[in-house]
Design a protein around this ligand. Structure first.
Ligand SMILES: Nc1nc2c(ncn2[C@@H]2O[C@H](COP(=O)(O)OP(=O)(O)OP(=O)(O)O)[C@@H](O)[C@H]2O)c(=O)[nH]1
Ligand SMILES: C=C(OP(=O)(O)O)C(=O)O
Length: 212
């Protein structure tokens, strides 16, 4: 936990404004889900821009117009996901190639409680692979790779915490797992919403009319 973070490219995968947050469809209409995706993405982008050691923030998406409209003025780069690199892992591998060989931090765009201190805690780890787990200790909400982890491949999807630990071990890479309130909740379900601190819910609700 001693090395300064320095020179990290943060990569944020972002879907379009239509297909995401499907698990909230029973409680939020399409317009509110789109607004929620935008509010959360702006929060994550702003947090990363304010985080020490993060040099660039690159948002990778199949819908650059939506990403630009959402993140205008925040100082992020928008990178189009090629059609021959489908899905979340394809998008991230493409962004990683574009970012080059330095340090990489993947952060999901739906982390309402993420704060610069959480980013700092992840970047402070010495391990070549650092994972901030979700509250079920099943998913991966942030993933930091040092340059020595170049053989590591993304395994986002169901059960990705375990899959990422297996992937690290397969390449002989030490992995650190971080558990923090600010990284534990990605907002996918009504139950996730209930887990968030009141102040975070109040802030999101102000910007998303009709939210639970
Ligand atoms: N560029 C890109 N980003 C994706 C893709 N799939 C998911 N994401 C992003 O990856 C992060 C995690 O997404 P998930 O929580 O799995 O999915 P979601 O978009 O919230 O939607 P649901 O699964 O419908 O609840 C979010 O920031 C998404 O916007 C993809 O195919 N391409
Ligand atoms: C894609 C993932 O997250 P989610 O639970 O948001 O689908 C993941 O944890 O790898």
């Amino acid at each position: 936990m001693t090395r300064p973070p320095g020179g990290t490219t943060a990569v944020v995968p972002l879907r379009d404004g239509v297909s995401g947050k499907s698990r909230l469809a029973a409680v939020l209409d399409a317009a509110a889900r789109r607004r929620l995706v935008q509010v959360l993405a702006r929060h994550v982008a702003t947090t990363l821009r304010a985080s020490a050691g993060v040099e660039r923030v690159v948002v990778v998406t199949a819908d650059p117009a939506f990403a630009r409209a959402t993140l205008d003025g925040l100082g992020v780069e928008v990178l189009e996901q090629p059609t021959d690199r489908p899905g979340l892992n394809g998008a991230l591998e493409h962004a990683r190639e574009v970012a080059g060989p330095g340090r990489l931090l993947v952060a999901h765009a739906d982390l309402p409680a993420l704060a610069p201190a959480d980013v700092a805690a992840v970047l402070a780890q010495d391990a070549p692979v650092t994972i901030a787990a979700d509250r079920y200790r099943s998913g991966t909400n942030l993933l930091a790779l040092r340059p020595s982890a170049r053989a590591f491949r993304f395994r986002f999807g169901a059960g990705s915490l375990a899959a990422h630990l297996v992937e690290a071990a397969a390449h002989g890479l030490e992995a650190a797992v971080v558990h923090r309130p600010g990284t534990a909740v990605d907002l996918d379900t009504a139950d996730d919403w209930a887990q968030l601190p009141g102040a975070v819910r109040a802030a999101v609700s102000r910007d998303v009319p009709g939210l639970m």
